[in-house]
Write a protein that binds this ligand. Sequence first.
Ligand code: DLL
Length: 412
Amino acid sequence: MTAGAPPSTKIGDMAPEALRELQEQRLRAMIDLLLSTDNLQARRLREVGVTRGTDVRLDEIGGLPTISKQDLWDHYPFGLRAAAEEDIVCVHGSSGTGGRPTLIPYTANDVEVWSEVMARALEGAGATRKSTVHNAYGYGLFTGGLGVHHGGLRLGATVIPMSGGMTERQVRLIEDLKPDVLCCTPSYALRLAEDLDQNNSVKVGIFGAEPWTDEMRREIEQRLGIRALDIYGLSEIIGPGVACESLDSEGLLNIAEDHFYPETLDGELVFTTLTKTGMPLLRYRTGDVATLHEPRNGPLRRMSKLKGRKDDMLVIRGVNVFPTEIEAVVLELASPHYLIVEDRRTTTAQLHVVVESTEDVRSRLTEKLKERLGITCRVLVLEPGKVPRTEVGKAQRLARWTQGQAPINGLT
Ligand code: DLL
Protein backbone atom coordinates (compact mmCIF):
# COMPACT_ATOMS: atom_id res chain seq x y z
CA MET A 1 0.00 0.00 0.00
CA THR A 2 1.58 3.28 -1.06
CA ALA A 3 -0.87 5.99 -0.08
CA GLY A 4 -2.85 6.61 3.08
CA ALA A 5 -3.00 4.61 6.25
CA PRO A 6 -4.72 1.28 6.72
CA PRO A 7 -8.45 1.78 7.08
CA SER A 8 -10.03 1.89 10.51
CA THR A 9 -13.73 2.11 11.22
CA LYS A 10 -13.39 4.27 14.33
CA ILE A 11 -14.03 7.78 13.20
CA GLY A 12 -17.02 8.73 15.34
CA ASP A 13 -15.08 10.07 18.32
CA MET A 14 -12.21 11.75 16.49
CA ALA A 15 -11.78 15.49 17.17
CA PRO A 16 -12.31 17.68 14.08
CA GLU A 17 -8.69 18.95 14.24
CA ALA A 18 -7.38 15.38 14.37
CA LEU A 19 -9.50 14.59 11.31
CA ARG A 20 -8.07 17.59 9.41
CA GLU A 21 -4.57 16.43 10.30
CA LEU A 22 -5.31 12.90 9.12
CA GLN A 23 -6.78 14.26 5.89
CA GLU A 24 -3.72 16.43 5.24
CA GLN A 25 -1.36 13.55 5.88
CA ARG A 26 -3.37 11.34 3.53
CA LEU A 27 -3.62 14.05 0.88
CA ARG A 28 0.16 14.44 0.89
CA ALA A 29 0.70 10.69 0.54
CA MET A 30 -1.85 10.63 -2.28
CA ILE A 31 -0.08 13.45 -4.10
CA ASP A 32 3.24 11.63 -3.76
CA LEU A 33 1.58 8.60 -5.31
CA LEU A 34 0.22 10.67 -8.21
CA LEU A 35 3.63 12.27 -8.77
CA SER A 36 5.26 8.84 -8.89
CA THR A 37 3.29 8.17 -12.09
CA ASP A 38 3.76 9.98 -15.33
CA ASN A 39 0.10 10.52 -16.04
CA LEU A 40 -2.13 13.53 -16.53
CA GLN A 41 -2.61 14.31 -12.85
CA ALA A 42 1.16 14.26 -12.19
CA ARG A 43 1.77 16.59 -15.12
CA ARG A 44 -0.92 19.01 -13.99
CA LEU A 45 0.51 19.05 -10.46
CA ARG A 46 4.00 19.84 -11.76
CA GLU A 47 2.53 22.63 -13.88
CA VAL A 48 1.33 24.38 -10.72
CA GLY A 49 4.70 23.85 -9.03
CA VAL A 50 3.90 20.84 -6.84
CA THR A 51 6.85 18.41 -6.79
CA ARG A 52 6.11 16.52 -3.56
CA GLY A 53 3.22 15.96 -1.16
CA THR A 54 4.65 18.21 1.55
CA ASP A 55 4.37 21.14 -0.88
CA VAL A 56 0.62 21.20 -0.26
CA ARG A 57 -1.56 22.05 2.71
CA LEU A 58 -5.12 20.84 3.07
CA ASP A 59 -6.48 24.39 3.29
CA GLU A 60 -4.84 25.18 -0.03
CA ILE A 61 -6.45 22.29 -1.90
CA GLY A 62 -8.60 24.83 -3.78
CA GLY A 63 -5.51 25.87 -5.76
CA LEU A 64 -4.78 22.38 -7.07
CA PRO A 65 -5.89 21.18 -10.52
CA THR A 66 -9.27 19.48 -10.94
CA ILE A 67 -10.11 16.47 -13.08
CA SER A 68 -13.30 15.73 -15.00
CA LYS A 69 -15.19 12.88 -16.63
CA GLN A 70 -13.91 14.10 -20.00
CA ASP A 71 -10.34 13.50 -18.75
CA LEU A 72 -11.34 9.96 -17.77
CA TRP A 73 -12.77 9.38 -21.23
CA ASP A 74 -9.67 10.84 -22.89
CA HIS A 75 -7.51 8.35 -20.96
CA TYR A 76 -9.85 5.39 -21.34
CA PRO A 77 -9.53 2.67 -20.16
CA PHE A 78 -6.68 2.81 -17.64
CA GLY A 79 -4.53 5.83 -18.53
CA LEU A 80 -5.01 7.30 -15.05
CA ARG A 81 -4.10 4.15 -13.15
CA ALA A 82 -1.54 4.78 -10.41
CA ALA A 83 -0.92 1.22 -9.19
CA ALA A 84 1.06 -1.49 -10.96
CA GLU A 85 -1.07 -3.66 -13.22
CA GLU A 86 -0.53 -6.71 -11.03
CA ASP A 87 -1.91 -4.88 -7.99
CA ILE A 88 -5.33 -4.35 -9.58
CA VAL A 89 -7.83 -6.89 -8.24
CA CYS A 90 -11.08 -5.80 -9.90
CA VAL A 91 -12.66 -3.26 -12.20
CA HIS A 92 -15.99 -1.45 -11.83
CA GLY A 93 -17.66 1.38 -13.61
CA SER A 94 -20.71 2.66 -15.35
CA SER A 95 -21.91 2.21 -18.89
CA GLY A 96 -22.39 5.95 -18.97
CA THR A 97 -24.29 8.42 -21.06
CA GLY A 98 -24.01 8.12 -24.80
CA GLY A 99 -22.64 4.61 -24.40
CA ARG A 100 -19.26 5.86 -23.24
CA PRO A 101 -18.14 3.69 -20.35
CA THR A 102 -16.03 4.83 -17.42
CA LEU A 103 -13.88 2.10 -15.90
CA ILE A 104 -12.21 2.22 -12.51
CA PRO A 105 -9.42 -0.18 -11.46
CA TYR A 106 -9.38 -1.14 -7.75
CA THR A 107 -6.48 -2.47 -5.68
CA ALA A 108 -7.03 -4.74 -2.65
CA ASN A 109 -6.53 -1.59 -0.57
CA ASP A 110 -9.40 0.12 -2.42
CA VAL A 111 -11.73 -2.82 -1.80
CA GLU A 112 -10.79 -2.54 1.91
CA VAL A 113 -11.66 1.16 1.95
CA TRP A 114 -14.93 0.42 0.19
CA SER A 115 -15.86 -2.36 2.63
CA GLU A 116 -15.13 -0.05 5.52
CA VAL A 117 -17.20 2.89 4.33
CA MET A 118 -20.07 0.63 3.31
CA ALA A 119 -20.00 -1.21 6.65
CA ARG A 120 -20.19 2.20 8.29
CA ALA A 121 -23.17 3.16 6.12
CA LEU A 122 -25.01 -0.05 7.06
CA GLU A 123 -24.16 0.41 10.73
CA GLY A 124 -25.46 3.97 10.65
CA ALA A 125 -28.77 2.60 9.39
CA GLY A 126 -28.92 0.33 12.44
CA ALA A 127 -27.68 -2.89 10.81
CA THR A 128 -25.69 -5.33 12.97
CA ARG A 129 -24.09 -8.75 12.67
CA LYS A 130 -27.55 -10.17 13.28
CA SER A 131 -29.02 -8.38 10.30
CA THR A 132 -30.13 -9.88 7.04
CA VAL A 133 -29.54 -7.51 4.14
CA HIS A 134 -31.68 -8.04 1.04
CA ASN A 135 -29.45 -6.55 -1.64
CA ALA A 136 -31.34 -5.80 -4.85
CA TYR A 137 -28.77 -3.46 -6.36
CA GLY A 138 -27.41 -4.90 -9.58
CA TYR A 139 -24.31 -7.09 -9.31
CA GLY A 140 -21.71 -6.61 -12.02
CA LEU A 141 -19.70 -3.72 -13.31
CA PHE A 142 -22.16 -1.41 -11.54
CA THR A 143 -20.89 -0.68 -8.03
CA GLY A 144 -24.23 -0.94 -6.20
CA GLY A 145 -24.45 -4.71 -5.75
CA LEU A 146 -20.87 -5.49 -4.83
CA GLY A 147 -20.47 -2.31 -2.76
CA VAL A 148 -23.29 -3.28 -0.41
CA HIS A 149 -22.04 -6.86 -0.51
CA HIS A 150 -18.52 -5.95 0.65
CA GLY A 151 -19.91 -3.73 3.42
CA GLY A 152 -22.35 -6.37 4.61
CA LEU A 153 -19.62 -9.00 4.82
CA ARG A 154 -17.35 -6.59 6.69
CA LEU A 155 -20.11 -5.88 9.19
CA GLY A 156 -20.71 -9.61 9.60
CA ALA A 157 -24.35 -9.40 8.54
CA THR A 158 -26.02 -11.96 6.25
CA VAL A 159 -26.17 -10.64 2.71
CA ILE A 160 -28.76 -11.98 0.27
CA PRO A 161 -27.17 -11.21 -3.10
CA MET A 162 -30.39 -10.82 -5.10
CA SER A 163 -29.23 -8.32 -7.71
CA GLY A 164 -31.95 -6.54 -9.71
CA GLY A 165 -35.02 -7.84 -11.52
CA MET A 166 -37.20 -10.94 -11.21
CA THR A 167 -39.50 -9.16 -8.82
CA GLU A 168 -41.63 -12.19 -8.09
CA ARG A 169 -38.62 -14.10 -6.76
CA GLN A 170 -37.46 -11.10 -4.73
CA VAL A 171 -40.85 -10.84 -3.07
CA ARG A 172 -40.82 -14.55 -2.28
CA LEU A 173 -37.41 -14.33 -0.61
CA ILE A 174 -38.34 -11.23 1.37
CA GLU A 175 -41.35 -13.15 2.71
CA ASP A 176 -39.29 -16.28 3.44
CA LEU A 177 -36.03 -14.84 4.78
CA LYS A 178 -37.45 -11.80 6.58
CA PRO A 179 -34.60 -9.36 6.00
CA ASP A 180 -34.45 -6.29 8.25
CA VAL A 181 -32.50 -4.19 5.75
CA LEU A 182 -33.44 -3.55 2.11
CA CYS A 183 -30.90 -2.09 -0.34
CA CYS A 184 -31.94 -1.04 -3.86
CA THR A 185 -32.78 1.99 -5.94
CA PRO A 186 -35.70 4.05 -4.60
CA SER A 187 -37.71 3.35 -7.76
CA TYR A 188 -37.23 -0.37 -7.30
CA ALA A 189 -38.32 -0.11 -3.66
CA LEU A 190 -41.63 1.23 -4.97
CA ARG A 191 -41.81 -1.54 -7.53
CA LEU A 192 -41.33 -4.12 -4.75
CA ALA A 193 -43.97 -2.36 -2.68
CA GLU A 194 -46.48 -2.93 -5.48
CA ASP A 195 -46.07 -6.70 -5.18
CA LEU A 196 -45.35 -7.20 -1.48
CA ASP A 197 -48.62 -7.97 0.27
CA GLN A 198 -47.28 -6.99 3.60
CA ASN A 199 -43.86 -6.15 4.91
CA ASN A 200 -43.41 -7.32 8.45
CA SER A 201 -39.64 -7.65 8.63
CA VAL A 202 -37.83 -4.81 6.82
CA LYS A 203 -37.18 -1.89 9.17
CA VAL A 204 -34.90 0.26 7.08
CA GLY A 205 -34.00 0.78 3.43
CA ILE A 206 -30.78 2.22 2.04
CA PHE A 207 -31.68 3.73 -1.28
CA GLY A 208 -29.61 5.59 -3.85
CA ALA A 209 -27.90 5.56 -7.26
CA GLU A 210 -30.60 7.78 -8.77
CA PRO A 211 -32.25 11.09 -7.87
CA TRP A 212 -35.17 10.99 -5.45
CA THR A 213 -36.91 13.62 -3.38
CA ASP A 214 -38.15 13.83 0.20
CA GLU A 215 -41.66 13.45 -1.22
CA MET A 216 -40.57 10.13 -2.74
CA ARG A 217 -39.03 9.19 0.61
CA ARG A 218 -42.35 9.72 2.38
CA GLU A 219 -44.13 7.67 -0.24
CA ILE A 220 -41.72 4.74 0.20
CA GLU A 221 -41.81 4.98 3.99
CA GLN A 222 -45.58 4.90 3.95
CA ARG A 223 -45.99 2.10 1.44
CA LEU A 224 -43.44 -0.18 3.04
CA GLY A 225 -43.72 0.98 6.66
CA ILE A 226 -39.94 1.50 6.98
CA ARG A 227 -37.34 4.24 7.45
CA ALA A 228 -35.87 5.19 4.07
CA LEU A 229 -32.29 6.49 4.06
CA ASP A 230 -30.36 8.01 1.19
CA ILE A 231 -26.97 6.72 0.09
CA TYR A 232 -24.74 8.52 -2.39
CA GLY A 233 -21.68 7.53 -4.34
CA LEU A 234 -20.15 7.22 -7.76
CA SER A 235 -17.87 4.67 -9.35
CA GLU A 236 -15.11 7.19 -10.02
CA ILE A 237 -14.71 7.81 -6.27
CA ILE A 238 -15.48 4.26 -4.95
CA GLY A 239 -19.17 3.44 -5.55
CA PRO A 240 -21.88 3.62 -2.86
CA GLY A 241 -20.61 4.74 0.55
CA VAL A 242 -19.11 8.13 -0.30
CA ALA A 243 -21.90 9.55 1.85
CA CYS A 244 -24.94 8.07 3.57
CA GLU A 245 -27.72 9.13 5.89
CA SER A 246 -27.84 7.53 9.30
CA LEU A 247 -30.84 7.14 11.60
CA ASP A 248 -29.79 10.33 13.43
CA SER A 249 -28.35 12.48 10.61
CA GLU A 250 -31.45 14.64 10.19
CA GLY A 251 -31.93 14.30 6.46
CA LEU A 252 -28.29 15.00 5.61
CA LEU A 253 -25.74 12.44 4.41
CA ASN A 254 -22.60 11.87 6.50
CA ILE A 255 -19.60 12.09 4.20
CA ALA A 256 -16.85 9.50 4.69
CA GLU A 257 -14.44 12.42 4.55
CA ASP A 258 -11.57 10.56 6.16
CA HIS A 259 -11.40 8.85 2.74
CA PHE A 260 -13.08 11.28 0.36
CA TYR A 261 -12.41 14.97 0.84
CA PRO A 262 -15.39 17.08 -0.30
CA GLU A 263 -15.55 20.58 -1.74
CA THR A 264 -18.14 22.43 -3.79
CA LEU A 265 -17.37 24.54 -6.86
CA ASP A 266 -20.32 26.66 -8.02
CA GLY A 267 -22.66 24.24 -6.30
CA GLU A 268 -21.00 21.18 -7.86
CA LEU A 269 -19.61 18.47 -5.60
CA VAL A 270 -15.89 17.83 -5.99
CA PHE A 271 -14.17 14.89 -4.28
CA THR A 272 -10.54 13.97 -3.66
CA THR A 273 -9.86 10.33 -2.86
CA LEU A 274 -7.46 10.39 0.10
CA THR A 275 -6.69 6.68 0.47
CA LYS A 276 -7.32 4.98 -2.85
CA THR A 277 -4.36 3.55 -4.74
CA GLY A 278 -5.77 2.04 -7.96
CA MET A 279 -6.92 5.23 -9.63
CA PRO A 280 -6.74 8.03 -7.07
CA LEU A 281 -8.45 11.24 -8.19
CA LEU A 282 -7.53 14.73 -7.11
CA ARG A 283 -10.48 17.15 -7.08
CA TYR A 284 -12.83 15.14 -9.29
CA ARG A 285 -15.74 17.24 -10.58
CA THR A 286 -18.75 15.01 -10.10
CA GLY A 287 -21.34 17.05 -12.01
CA ASP A 288 -23.66 16.50 -9.01
CA VAL A 289 -25.22 19.49 -7.29
CA ALA A 290 -25.55 19.55 -3.48
CA THR A 291 -24.61 21.66 -0.48
CA LEU A 292 -22.06 20.89 2.28
CA HIS A 293 -22.97 21.20 5.95
CA GLU A 294 -21.06 21.32 9.22
CA PRO A 295 -20.73 18.17 11.37
CA ARG A 296 -23.09 17.28 14.19
CA ASN A 297 -22.63 14.25 16.50
CA GLY A 298 -19.09 13.57 15.27
CA PRO A 299 -16.35 15.04 13.12
CA LEU A 300 -17.77 14.32 9.65
CA ARG A 301 -19.23 17.02 7.48
CA ARG A 302 -22.51 16.25 5.81
CA MET A 303 -24.08 16.93 2.44
CA SER A 304 -27.64 17.64 1.38
CA LYS A 305 -29.63 15.25 -0.72
CA LEU A 306 -28.62 15.78 -4.34
CA LYS A 307 -30.50 18.58 -6.04
CA GLY A 308 -29.64 17.15 -9.43
CA ARG A 309 -26.86 16.87 -11.94
CA LYS A 310 -25.47 19.85 -13.78
CA ASP A 311 -26.19 18.11 -17.08
CA ASP A 312 -29.74 17.13 -16.04
CA MET A 313 -30.72 20.72 -15.54
CA LEU A 314 -33.30 21.60 -18.15
CA VAL A 315 -33.38 25.04 -19.62
CA ILE A 316 -36.92 25.62 -20.85
CA ARG A 317 -37.54 28.97 -22.46
CA GLY A 318 -34.78 30.48 -20.33
CA VAL A 319 -35.96 28.94 -17.04
CA ASN A 320 -33.73 26.45 -15.22
CA VAL A 321 -35.53 23.36 -13.98
CA PHE A 322 -34.18 20.34 -12.12
CA PRO A 323 -36.22 17.13 -12.63
CA THR A 324 -36.32 16.70 -8.83
CA GLU A 325 -38.43 19.86 -8.55
CA ILE A 326 -40.97 18.33 -10.89
CA GLU A 327 -40.96 15.10 -8.88
CA ALA A 328 -41.75 17.02 -5.71
CA VAL A 329 -44.89 18.49 -7.30
CA VAL A 330 -45.98 15.29 -9.06
CA LEU A 331 -45.95 13.31 -5.82
CA GLU A 332 -48.40 15.70 -4.22
CA LEU A 333 -51.10 14.68 -6.68
CA ALA A 334 -50.17 11.52 -8.54
CA SER A 335 -48.47 8.15 -8.11
CA PRO A 336 -44.65 8.02 -7.90
CA HIS A 337 -44.40 6.52 -11.38
CA TYR A 338 -43.93 9.38 -13.81
CA LEU A 339 -41.94 10.45 -16.85
CA ILE A 340 -40.66 13.88 -17.87
CA VAL A 341 -40.33 14.45 -21.59
CA GLU A 342 -38.20 17.31 -22.82
CA ASP A 343 -39.68 18.09 -26.21
CA ARG A 344 -37.15 19.77 -28.50
CA ARG A 345 -38.76 19.05 -31.84
CA THR A 346 -39.02 22.76 -32.48
CA THR A 347 -36.85 25.64 -31.29
CA THR A 348 -39.25 26.46 -28.46
CA ALA A 349 -38.72 23.70 -25.94
CA GLN A 350 -41.71 22.20 -24.13
CA LEU A 351 -41.95 20.00 -21.06
CA HIS A 352 -44.45 17.17 -20.92
CA VAL A 353 -45.08 15.53 -17.58
CA VAL A 354 -46.62 12.07 -17.83
CA VAL A 355 -48.26 10.80 -14.65
CA GLU A 356 -50.54 8.04 -13.42
CA SER A 357 -53.69 9.32 -11.82
CA THR A 358 -57.24 10.28 -12.71
CA GLU A 359 -57.97 12.87 -15.40
CA ASP A 360 -59.33 15.38 -12.86
CA VAL A 361 -55.84 16.11 -11.46
CA ARG A 362 -54.59 17.39 -14.81
CA SER A 363 -55.46 21.05 -14.44
CA ARG A 364 -54.45 21.20 -10.79
CA LEU A 365 -51.11 19.60 -11.54
CA THR A 366 -50.51 22.00 -14.44
CA GLU A 367 -51.25 24.90 -12.10
CA LYS A 368 -48.97 23.63 -9.34
CA LEU A 369 -46.13 23.00 -11.77
CA LYS A 370 -46.53 26.52 -13.11
CA GLU A 371 -46.45 27.89 -9.57
CA ARG A 372 -43.31 25.98 -8.62
CA LEU A 373 -41.34 26.16 -11.87
CA GLY A 374 -42.59 29.33 -13.48
CA ILE A 375 -43.36 27.61 -16.77
CA THR A 376 -46.38 25.86 -18.22
CA CYS A 377 -45.90 22.12 -18.66
CA ARG A 378 -48.19 19.86 -20.65
CA VAL A 379 -49.54 17.18 -18.38
CA LEU A 380 -50.60 13.78 -19.71
CA VAL A 381 -52.52 11.54 -17.33
CA LEU A 382 -52.37 7.78 -17.88
CA GLU A 383 -54.15 4.94 -16.15
CA PRO A 384 -52.35 3.33 -13.22
CA GLY A 385 -49.69 0.88 -14.41
CA LYS A 386 -49.15 2.58 -17.78
CA VAL A 387 -45.88 4.39 -17.06
CA PRO A 388 -43.09 1.83 -17.56
CA ARG A 389 -41.33 0.58 -14.39
CA THR A 390 -37.59 0.01 -14.17
CA GLU A 391 -36.86 -3.53 -13.00
CA VAL A 392 -33.10 -3.46 -13.47
CA GLY A 393 -30.67 -0.56 -13.20
CA LYS A 394 -31.42 3.09 -12.72
CA ALA A 395 -34.86 4.57 -13.41
CA GLN A 396 -35.01 6.74 -16.52
CA ARG A 397 -37.41 9.50 -15.61
CA LEU A 398 -36.30 11.95 -18.22
CA ALA A 399 -36.67 11.37 -21.95
CA ARG A 400 -35.54 13.72 -24.69
CA TRP A 401 -37.73 14.00 -27.76
CA THR A 402 -36.01 15.64 -30.71
CA GLN A 403 -37.76 14.02 -33.66
CA GLY A 404 -39.91 11.09 -34.77
CA GLN A 405 -42.06 9.03 -32.46
CA ALA A 406 -42.95 10.13 -28.95
CA PRO A 407 -41.01 8.33 -26.18
CA ILE A 408 -44.33 7.23 -24.67
CA ASN A 409 -47.72 6.58 -26.27
CA GLY A 410 -50.31 9.31 -25.93
CA LEU A 411 -48.11 12.36 -26.35
CA THR A 412 -48.69 14.80 -29.17
O1 DLL B 1 -24.70 4.91 -8.69
C1 DLL B 1 -23.12 4.27 -6.99
C2 DLL B 1 -24.24 3.95 -6.07
C3 DLL B 1 -24.74 2.67 -6.04
C4 DLL B 1 -24.73 4.90 -5.20
C5 DLL B 1 -25.75 2.34 -5.14
C6 DLL B 1 -25.74 4.59 -4.31
C7 DLL B 1 -26.25 3.32 -4.29
P1 DLL B 1 -22.56 5.34 -10.72
O2 DLL B 1 -23.28 4.30 -11.47
O3 DLL B 1 -21.15 5.64 -11.12
O4 DLL B 1 -22.47 4.96 -9.21
O5 DLL B 1 -23.42 6.65 -10.80
C8 DLL B 1 -23.06 7.78 -10.06
O6 DLL B 1 -25.38 8.43 -9.78
O7 DLL B 1 -22.80 10.89 -9.87
C9 DLL B 1 -25.14 10.69 -9.18
O8 DLL B 1 -25.44 11.51 -10.29
C10 DLL B 1 -26.08 9.49 -9.16
N1 DLL B 1 -26.39 9.13 -7.77
C11 DLL B 1 -25.76 8.23 -7.00
N2 DLL B 1 -26.33 8.19 -5.77
C12 DLL B 1 -27.34 9.10 -5.78
C13 DLL B 1 -28.30 9.54 -4.83
C14 DLL B 1 -23.54 4.75 -8.36
N3 DLL B 1 -28.36 9.04 -3.60
C15 DLL B 1 -24.09 8.88 -10.20
N4 DLL B 1 -29.16 10.52 -5.21
C16 DLL B 1 -23.78 10.06 -9.32
C17 DLL B 1 -29.13 11.04 -6.45
C18 DLL B 1 -27.36 9.70 -7.07
N5 DLL B 1 -28.26 10.65 -7.39
